[in-house]
Write a protein that binds this ligand. Sequence first.
Ligand code: SF4
Ligand code: SF4
Ligand code: FES
Length: 252
Amino acid sequence: MGKTVTIAVQRRDRPDASDRWEEFEIPRESGLNITGCLQRIAAHPVTVEGTKTTPVSYDACCLEEVCGACTMVINGRVRQACSALVDELTEHSSGKITLEPMSKFPVVRDLVVNRQRMFDSLTRVRAWVPVDGYFDRGPGPQESQEAQEADYPLSRCMSCGCCLEACPQFTLTNDFLGAAAISQAVLFNSHPVATFESGKRNEALVAPGGIADCGNAQMCVKVCPKDIPLTDSIARAGRMATVHTIKNWLGR
Ligand code: SF4
Ligand code: SF4
Ligand code: FES
């Protein structure tokens, strides 16, 4: 491995501007991650050709793969910049790392995308526990140990968008909910405190852009950094949608 690493960044100045590539050479350091590379570029925004440029825009918050804000496409694979280590990324390559914004969300600038649609999808499936007050109503309903163990992995979703970036059915122009929101609908439908609103969530699952739009290509589960069993969630959502539809036919 050389003493430096080359970072090639796909850049865009404004949402409606065209893309261009710029390359930067960064000194290697032990434990250096992609967010660290972007910080070093910001401190010294000069390309490999010696041209002064603007710092690269990117999102970050927790810096420990919890918030999902730094999600981008690194060497062709969607993942978080804060947990992507330079040494691991260049172990079997020429030493150049490419950074691109996610392609399934509108680009705001450089590596920053607008992920609002993902949060709108969570609103569509009512991914929350509704409360009508904060007064003490005593202990809530019990949840079995088995149910807790089945559903806890679903609660690890950090709304990063990796599953949507990888999904062939989720495009910039359609209204597919995507795996993350479907999985959250399953989580809240299964929770004893939130299940009473499952009818409304199931309405969103059977509506246009819902579960029927999933092509079952299972790309989502392969890229989820939190190892959420999305294929299982999608199957559970399909069963919930079917029961909901039958109940509607029967008028219940
Ligand atoms: S199973 Fe395939 S089509 Fe369905 S959400 Fe996952 S990636 Fe998209
Ligand atoms: S399901 Fe996984 S890949 Fe999709 S948004 Fe949640 S954490 Fe990210
Ligand atoms: S900064 Fe939060 S996941 Fe990377």
